[in-house]
Write a protein that binds this ligand. Sequence first.
Ligand SMILES: [Zn+2]
Length: 146
Amino acid sequence: MVSSWPDCWTSLQWDYFRITHTFLLCEGGKLGCRICQTVQTLGPNRSSEGSSTKRNLAYEWVNVKIDGAGNTKSARQKSLREKVRLHGESDAHKDAEKILSTRSKHFMQLTVIQQLGPSCRLPTASPGRWIGGRPPDMVASCDLSG
Ligand SMILES: [Zn+2]
């Protein structure tokens, strides 16, 4: 039987791990990274950010292939713990976190505009009003009275 978490851990240990490392993903006993996987699957939009977005997302973490190395249970536990820690601190993972938070902010702004309707003036329509090269706050530029 394939357990839904790494078999060197008890369900309690796994619960603890996924609560303290919210990016963890598990399929068929292998670990992966939710955040890296999401960034990887964001799709064609990535190309608009330039070629630098060919990032070094860790293949094994994106494809849920992380396994503990070692002959004994405790060796595998140690190996997995170390891999999880290293991944959480890796540049690739931190990059993915940044992309995701930028995107969710962007998504929220779009949602606000959609909810406010057409009376909302997009800052891009009046570039003269941009402050310091940045658009004024989107919500502030909306006509909320209508
Ligand atoms: Zn990651």
